[in-house]
Design a protein around this ligand. Structure first.
Ligand SMILES: [Zn+2]
Length: 186
């Protein structure tokens, strides 16, 4: 099963990150119904989700690409524009019912619903993000191969990497090796 990371600070951006390295070694992590279930569990989006089908996976992939397109189109200085189909898919999906939320007398809360309900939640999250001031804080990871998006909530607005373990360390290690090499040439 594919492993997921949740480092974007926003569900819709973590979801967009289920394709890795979009411009180079494009890698799909959402391949099977189990992957979708696993991603939703990790994101804590729905405690009791109905079993996803392969159609759910296709719908999820389709929505994810609309999310990625709409968010990248909203990045400061972006020349990209989302297509009408992508925008319509987001709007139609966002209009759908969301997972239900139940409170017990023991104060436990449980969310339950279908994979479609979860997709509606993600579409809403995307539209809310794009319409909010938080959108100006969305960045793409500084690792040129990584295409992960995240919300930079750092104090100095100085976050560069999607997650240190994934990208920052790797780039820093490469810099370090390069410096070492230069030193040994000196
Ligand atoms: Zn990265």
């Amino acid at each position: 099963m594919n492993e997921f990371v949740y480092v974007s600070g926003r569900h819709c951006l973590d979801f967009a990150g289920t394709i890795l390295w979009r411009r180079t070694l494009r890698t799909e992590l959402l391949e099977k119904p189990e992957d979708l279930r696993h991603w939703v569990d990790g994101a804590n989006l729905c405690d009791e989700m109905d079993p996803p089908s392969s159609d759910s996976v296709a719908d999820a992939q389709h929505l994810r690409e609309a999310i990625y397109s709409a968010v990248t189109a909203s990045l400061t200085g972006s020349a990209h524009r989302a297509t009408q189909d992508e925008v319509s898919l987001l709007n139609i999906t966002a209009r759908g019912p969301l997972p239900s939320l139940t409170l017990s007398r023991e104060r436990d809360t449980t969310s339950a619903g279908s994979p479609d309900n979860v997709l509606s939640l993600l579409a809403r999250d995307t539209i809310e993000l794009i319409g909010s001031a938080e959108m100006t804080k969305v960045k793409e990871c500084s690792n040129p191969d990584c295409t992960r998006l995240f919300v930079d909530l750092s104090r100095g607005f100085s976050r560069r990497w999607c997650g240190m373990a994934e990208c920052g360390n790797r780039i820093k290690a490469a810099d370090y090796r390069r410096r070492k090499k230069l030193q040994s040439i000196d």
